[in-house]
Design a protein around this ligand. Structure first.
Ligand code: ADP
Length: 319
């Protein structure tokens, strides 16, 4: 039995699962159409109220599929998602995509008030709630503006107000700020995290840019080819990456020290989920690969709360 603290990913049965709002247990997903896609394999994830988990990984590694399963938009082929949140009038989870749900023909106030149509509250209360959330996301004064009169960052704030106003227990953000400039991304992320902490909402943020969330997320889960290959507190994963893929990701973030020098690149391509190689999916690109990697690595705990799927996780830091 193993627990990892307030939020995040574990890889063993946990007697305290009832303490988590969302428990993803050994989830796999196969899309079996004309071709068979093994989108997810044996994912374990635990989320607690008020926590902030970042999921990072290359395009096509299964991040969105996982979040659709947690958000009850998709079913798992194997494994379970246990949601320890009572069904009520409000949704258990809400998604934020880029400018998702912002109608161009509605003003900001109308957009946010419309987001509560399903709630059984009167028009006046809907408008009061809408004004409160518009203020919370920093848009006071823009209630009567139309989306085309706002900047991209402001429209994103409207989408966030719509996601938050029905008090979901989980916000699932799928790269919502990628189109914005980095300073605005950081600002919005900071404010969303603050609001989630205050309201006890768990937050999952998908990104391919680890640098954006590095200072804010409590935990990071690194995905590769349908698996979580490394997870732990943000400080551990960024400060002491143990999987060679995580190491490559972090080494490719520009820093003042890397100025004038070529950034590290991970050679090769992500394998196709249509035809995964035997054993470790990263072995074709991995400088540490040996014959051991022809067998599937099992999760290993390398320090409290930090888990890695790599036969050579204890190996040299700089492969
Ligand atoms: P990511 O979010 O990391 O980019 P996705 O979860 O969108 O990855 O996709 C993972 C894999 O699952 C991809 O190979 C994608 O083509 C496949 N996939 C996703 N949704 C479907 C679907 N509805 N039917 C068939 N394949 C799908």
């Amino acid at each position: 039995m193993e627990t990892v603290g307030d939020a995040g990913v574990i890889h063993q049965a946990d007697a305290g699962d009832a303490a988590y709002d969302f428990v993803v247990d050994d989830v796999s997903k196969v899309f079996a159409g004309a071709t068979r896609v093994q989108a997810l394999s044996n994912i374990d994830l635990r989320l607690k109220r008020g926590s902030f988990t970042c999921i990072v990984g290359p395009s096509g590694c299964g991040k969105s599929t996982l979040l659709r399963i947690i958000g009850e938009l998709e079913t798992a082929t194997k494994g379970t998602v246990q949601i320890n949140v009572p069904q009520s009038k409000t949704p258990r989870s809400a998604f934020v995509f880029q400018e998702h749900g912002v109608f161009p023909w509605f003003t900001v106030l109308q957009n946010v008030a419309f987001g509560q149509q399903m709630a059984s509250v009167g028009k006046k209360e809907r408008e009061q709630n809408a004004r409160r959330w518009i203020a919370e996301v920093g848009l006071t004064g823009f209630e009567h503006s139309y989306p085309h009169q706002l900047s991209g960052g402001m429209r994103q704030r409207v989408a966030i107000a719509i996601a938050l106003l029905n008090s979901p227990r989980l916000i699932i953000a799928d790269e919502p700020t990628t189109a914005l400039d980095v300073t605005i991304q950081g600002q919005i992320l900071f404010e969303v995290q603050k609001l989630c902490r205050e309201t006890g909402t768990a937050l999952i943020w998908i990104t391919h840019d680890l640098a954006v969330v590095a200072g804010l997320a409590d935990r990071v889960a690194v995905m590769y080819a349908g698996r979580v290959v490394e997870t732990g507190s943000t400080a551990d994963v960024i400060g002491h990456p143990m999987h060679p893929y995580t190491h490559g990701l972090i080494a490719s973030i520009p820093t003042p020290e890397s100025r004038g020098r070529p950034l590290m690149q991970i050679p090769g391509m992500t394998p196709s989920l249509l035809n995964l190689p035997r054993g470790c999916a990263f072995r074709g690109r991995c400088p540490r690969a040996t014959d051991a990697c022809l067998a599937e690595p099992q999760p290993e705990q390398v320090r409290p709360g930090q888990w890695v799927r790599c036969w050579h996780a204890g190996g040299p830091r700089n492969p």
